[in-house]
Structure formats: C-alpha cells, structure tokens
Design a binder for this molecule. Structure first.
Ligand SMILES: [Ca+2]
Length: 468
C-alpha cells in the first residue's frame, strides 16, 4: 500500500493547482467540453436532444455557445437564431451525414441521406453561427445534394428565405432556398432569397442555391466584409410587377463574389448597385471573379448592364476578373457588360481583366466619363455583336467554346483568349485548377485544361420543364 505523506507545502501546491484549473475553466472556452445535441423530426424518445433516439423533434429555442447541433433529414418549421454572443464562440447547426453525425446511438443512415427541410424564414438575430447543410452545391452539384433546404411557400408579400439582421460572423453553407409558389410568376412583392439588413459584417454564403425569388436573390445595404461563393442563382424576379436584379446593394464595402453561377437572371442587371436613399453612397472594394453568367429563357437579361453602378452611387477599386458572360441579351439603356455611373469623379480605380464575353449584343465595358483611373484590358470578345471596346491587349475570337452549358458546366473545350497573370487568390478557377498552368492564362471563369473538358450532355427530354 502506497503511503501519501502530506506536507504543508504539498497541500498549498494542490490548492494552487486546483485554483489554476478552475481559473482556466472559467477563462477559456476551450476547457468547456463542447457537447453534441441531436434534432430529428420523427424521434419518439425523451425529446431532450441527448442522442438520435431521444432527439428533439423540433429545433430548440435555446442553444449553448460552443456546442454542435446535428439535424436529421425531415420537416421542420421556421427558425430564429438569437442566442446572445459569448466572446467569439460559435454555435454550429449541421446536417447529419453518415460520415459526420456525432453519436451512433439510435443512428440510421437514412437520417443522413434525407434532406432537412425548414420553412422560411430562417433568421439570424445574433452573431457567431454556422448553419451547414454539409453536402451539395458548387461546380458539378449546382442543382443537387443540398443537406438543408429553406422552403418558402409565400402567402404574404415580404417573406425572405434567409434574413440576417444587422449582425456579424455568420456562415451559411450547402443550403438550398426557393419560393415554390413563385415559380412561373407571382403577384406577391418583395420576396428575396437572402436579405442582409444594414450593419451586417463577416457573412459567408457558400455552396447555396438561390431560386425563384419574387424580386432579388440577394438584397443588402450598408454592410461590410461579405463573401458569396460557389452559389447557384437562378430565375429571380418571378414577381409580375416589380423590377429586380439578382443582387441589389447600396453602400456595402469589401464584398467578394466568386465562383458563382448566375442562370436565367432578369431585371435592371445581374449585380446592381442602386440608390435606396441619397446619391453618392459608396460601395467600395468589390471583387467579382470566377463567376459565370448564363443567358436566360425570358425576353432579356438586363435592361442597364450585367454588372452596374447606377442612380449616382459611387464605387471605388473594384476588381472584375475572369468572369464568363454567355449569350447574355441586354435590352439597351446603358447596354454594357460592366458600367459605372458614379455621382462624382471620386469613384474609379476599377480593374476589369480576363473576362470572356461570348455572344453578347452590347459588350461594352464602360466607366464614368470623369473616371481617369479605371482600366479594362486582356478581355476576350468572342462572337459578339454591337460595339466592341478597344483595349491594349484585348482579343477577338469566334465560335462557341462551351459544349455543356445545359448541364451548367462552363469549362471551355479550347484555349480562350490570353489573360494577364494575377496573384492568388485569382489564380485558381472554381474547380480548383491553377490558371495558366499550360502556359496560357485563359479568359473566363474556367481555365481550359486538356483532358478535363466536359463531355457533351445528352439532349434534354422533350416537353419537360427543367427548372430546378
Ligand atoms: Ca490554359
């Protein structure tokens, strides 16, 4: 038997150690064991979230900072997330999958394969949340596999799929959003997929789908540090009486729009800065790169310009790199791919490089007449009609470089243009391929890579509407 001889010094040491441990637990959230909880609409157990048998059948009203909440496939109601912040500690809501679902107690793989469907609106009223559908979205999966689906069956005007209320540090991933009742037209107004109220910052929207809104896919104003990437925008403006765009902003700074696909968008333009109040409001330091813009099936895609700053707003220092504009039909008006109409000469400093403009009827890239600092160059104009702007290193071409647009694949089948070399992060495309690795930096969203061209898709079935 081991004898422990206590000494006064030893006792003091133990006491000090205990105090240190307690202090560490109090000061550092890393010492608090992050717990997992479980939500499953069909569960019949104790409804306490402790495992898959005893999962909560609805989303709980209170959440613990630092914990993860796994969600099984099934149907759920609308959700408002408002737990107060505790430092910078996140709460994670994650769609469960076979490979990531916490405890095995009560688990059934069908909980992972079935989609978790929530009713709109999904609303974020406090900071530090991750809402992660775990699967779906992005190149090759634009229309499939989304773990979360926020479903809008709008009965009143003004419904939003996802609303962020002037808060910060929110990440939303792998989530599909759609206004089901608006498909094909609605008389309801102000139906937006994402609605970022003034004062939002550090918001990331990644691998999401924004479908069939009545008005704008995204409406935002006076935000900062927003990133939207690998998202699929389709069929905005289903409202019969409102003008619209895919993206409406006033006064947001430091915005990144990258590797998205805009498909069948209609309105003033696709990405539009406009006035909701006074003129001269700044929307500065935007980066728009690696995106594809696809012709819609409706009568026009833009009445002003595909990317534009209108209503005497001001933009400074935009980078518009390596985007693809495929067969976009512009009605007239400003009639351009890119246009700024700043209120004063204080705007400018834009760089518009390496874009692929194919079969566009108004292929202008136009800056304010007082703007002496913006540059367009190294763009490739292919099979365009209308006036083609002069550029020192612009190139011309003819012929359709895309064989798989009907399956939303914009990888070209040949080298397109000759862009200029840009630094990271602009040097990879949406498929993660290094631009210019074969000696030619291609124009457009996707780099040509020999042996990685898409196979031609089969012809679509006759008489079937292909809306996702
Ligand atoms: Ca190349």
């Amino acid at each position: 038997m081991m004898m422990v001889r206590r000494t006064r010094n030893g006792a003091r040491l133990c006491s000090a150690l205990r105090r240190t441990v307690v202090l560490c637990c109090l000061l550092s959230p890393a010492y608090a064991a992050a717990a997992n909880h479980y939500i499953r609409s069909g569960a019949t157990g104790a409804n306490n979230g402790s495992d898959w048998n005893n999962a909560w059948t609805t989303f709980p009203s209170a959440y613990v900072r630092g914990d993860t909440y796994y969600v099984a496939g099934g149907r759920y109601g609308s959700l408002t997330l408002s737990t107060p912040a505790s430092g910078a500690t996140y709460i994670v809501l994650r769609k469960a999958t076979d490979s990531d679902h916490g405890t095995n107690t009560g688990w059934n793989s069908s909980y992972g394969t079935a989609q978790a469907v929530l009713n709109a609106p999904l609303r974020f009223d406090s900071p530090y949340w991750v809402f992660d559908g775990a699967t779906g979205g992005g190149p090759g999966s634009w229309t499939s596999g989304y773990g979360f689906y926020v479903r809008s069956v709008a009965s009143t005007s003004g419904l939003k799929s996802v609303s962020v209320t002037g808060t910060h540090h929110i990440t939303i991933r792998h989530t599909d959003t759609c206004f089901e009742d608006a498909i094909g037209g609605t008389t309801l107004q102000d139906l937006d997929n994402f609605y970022l109220r003034s004062g939002c910052s550090y918001i990331t929207i990644s691998h999401c789908a924004l479908r069939h809104c009545g008005r704008n896919s995204i409406t935002m104003w006076e935000n900062s540090y927003i990133t939207v990437e690998y998202c699929y925008f389709t069929r905005n403006r289903e409202c019969l009486s409102q003008h619209a765009q895919a993206w409406q902003d006033t006064g947001t700074d430091n915005l990144v729009i990258r590797h998205n696909l805009f498909d069948d968008i209609r309105g003033t333009g696709v990405i539009v800065v406009l006035a909701i109040g006074s003129s001269g409001v700044h929307s500065d330091y935007w980066e728009i790169y690696g995106n594809s813009f696809r012709r819609g099936t409706r009568e026009y895609d833009g009445s002003d310009a595909i990317i534009c700053v209108i209503n005497d707003q001001v933009a400074t220092g935009w980078k518009v790199y390596n985007n693809t504009f495929d067969s976009i039909y512009i009605l007239g008006g400003r009639g351009t791919v890119f246009a700024t109409n700043e209120a004063a000469a204080s705007g400018g400093g834009h760089q518009v490089y390496n874009n692929l403009i194919y079969n566009v009827n108004y292929p202008l890239i136009a800056f304010n007449s007082a703007d002496r600092t913006s540059v367009r160059d190294f763009n490739h104009y292919r099979s365009c009609t209308g006036t083609i702007p002069s550029e020192p290193h612009g190139t011309l071409g003819a012929g359709d470089p895309f064989t798989a647009r009907t399956i939303l694949d914009y990888r070209p089948t040949l080298t397109v243009g000759a862009g200029t070399t840009l630094a990271s992060p602009y040097n990879t495309d949406g498929y993660g391929r290094i631009r210019g690795a074969d000696g030619t930096w291609d124009c457009g969203a996707c780099e040509f890579s020999s042996g990685e061209e898409p196979a031609p898709p089969p012809p679509p079935p006759v008489g079937v509407r292909l809306d996702f």
